[in-house]
Design a protein around this ligand. Structure first.
Ligand SMILES: [Zn+2]
Length: 456
């Protein structure tokens, strides 16, 4: 532990816990995770079974699961064992879109629910609600992984990231915000839009800030690293780790990022609905599932379990979300499970070998600006009602066609607002055409892609 880390842990964090119940909860959750990461696989499975029982009970309070469980011949007196779990049909995005309200425990206080809106890989917005306690758990999971990547409390942390909404989502008291900034001094660089000038600026800012750890969209870290290589610009700091997330870490990305930053990449897998699911440790031998909070299944098309090494669909069960239980939620990604043996790091948390899917295209503009596909989902799933599906198609360097499938809640005047926001973000002279369509055909893989570039 560094001196700063020791000061933070021994002085600042105890003070924080004393003055804020919220901090006390966050830090207790982190302490628990830092202990349980070393538990034997059997003990982890016992914890999962205990938490699953509890989630089964929470699910019986919701109209949706009451019906679904009865359909599977379960009764409230069942313990909800892993065997019972295997009987439940996967929860699809379509289920959430259709029955969203029925998935909520009606007695849960509304003010304790935090919406997570997502277009996911399908471009069809859905909203998932999480209670405050599960937001604290996300903090603990993320912080545990940041520490695997060599960061410690008090050390500088840079983000090459786009969705500032993530940071703003929860309103915090002044003391929380202030002490947080001491525990994690942050530099935020907007990765939605990158060009040569901005990347030069990023390099200068990073050189001045000297982060211990950098978190980035995998593609943004790669483009930035390519820019540094091509220009011969120097990075004068040496972080301990680069955490990549949000889009897939393509095999060609890792060596370029590692050579430019001079440190290893720690990949992280998650999605907006449940945030962090699995993350890479210092042994770089797959991604450890956060098994204390999730059961991650990899299944065949008939929902039977895949063998290690076999690619299948990802189903996620949250073991701690009670307000809106997510049971066998089909995220829409494909992954491969690693063999059931301990990782060289010593942790027995199960591992994913690789995760596929969720690729969003990257758009290149005539002036060299790179725009991340996720930018568009932030526009369309933001606060607008009625967008059912969207697809952004770049068919020429300076032309985008934007298809929207909307329902009766959508107000056509909003299109002008979209146009303005997008035009301000892209380079001048880019033409945008909006089209309202009844349906968007899936791509050749059968999967709907929300961002497609035919010129990149
Ligand atoms: Zn490991």
């Amino acid at each position: 532990m560094s001196l700063k880390g020791a000061l933070c842990r021994r002085v600042l964090m105890p003070v924080r816990r004393l003055f804020s119940a919220e901090s006390a909860k966050r830090h207790r959750l982190l302490r628990e995770l830092e202990e349980s990461q070393w538990w034997a696989a059997a003990r982890l499975r016992d914890l999962q079974a205990e938490r699953l029982r509890d989630i089964g009970g929470a699910a019986w309070k919701t109209p949706f699961y009451k019906k679904r469980f009865r359909g599977c011949r379960l009764s409230p007196s069942n313990d909800f064992t892993p065997e019972d779990l295997a009987k439940i049909p996967p929860l699809t995005k379509d289920d959430i879109r259709r029955y969203g309200g029925d998935l909520l425990d009606p007695s849960w206080p509304k003010e304790d629910l935090h919406p997570h809106r997502t277009g996911g890989s399908t471009g069809e917005p859905i909203t998932v609600y999480a209670e405050t306690d599960s937001e604290f758990a996300v903090w603990a999971m993320v912080t545990r992984h940041n520490r695997w990547a060599g960061w410690d409390f008090g050390e500088r942390f840079a983000l090459l990231w786009g969705a500032t909404r993530d940071a703003m989502r929860m309103k915090k008291a002044f003391f929380e915000t202030f002490s947080e900034s001491l525990l994690t001094p942050r530099l935020w660089l907007n990765a939605f839009r990158m060009n040569r000038e901005r990347m030069a600026e990023f390099a200068d800012l990073l050189n001045r800030f000297k982060p211990r750890c950098v978190q980035s969209y995998a593609s943004a870290a790669f483009f930035f690293a390519q820019y540094i290589q091509a220009t011969g610009k120097e990075l004068t700091f040496r972080p301990f780790g680069i955490i990549t997330s949000a889009d897939p870490l393509c095999p060609e990305y890792r060596p370029v990022i590692e050579s430019v930053f001079g440190c290893p990449v720690f990949n992280r897998y998650g999605c907006r609905e449940v945030m962090t699911l699995a993350s890479e440790c210092e042994a770089h031998a797959g991604l450890h599932v956060c098994a204390e909070h999730f059961i991650v299944e990899i299944v065949r098309p008939d929902f039977s379990p895949c063998a290690p090494g076999e690619a299948g669909e990802v189903l996620v069960t949250s073991l701690t979300r009670r307000a809106m239980p997510l049971i066998r939620y089909a995220i829409g990604d494909t992954a491969v499970l690693e063999k059931d043996e301990p990782c060289p790091c010593g942790r027995q948390l199960p591992r994913l070998r690789e995760v596929q899917g969720r690729a969003s295209d990257i758009f290149r503009l005539p002036g060299g600006t790179i725009v991340h596909g996720i930018f568009f989902s932030s526009i369309f799933y933001g606060n607008t009602m009625g967008v059912q599906k969207f697809q952004v198609l770049q068919d020429a360097l300076d032309h985008f066609e934007i298809k929207l499938v909307v329902d009766e809640r959508f107000q056509k005047a909003v299109v002008e607002k979209f146009r303005k926001e997008i035009e301000e973000f892209l380079e001048p002279g880019i033409r945008l055409d909006f089209r309202f369509v009844p349906e968007i055909e899936p791509g050749p893989t059968g999967k709907h892609r929300f961002a497609v570039s035919k010129v990149s």
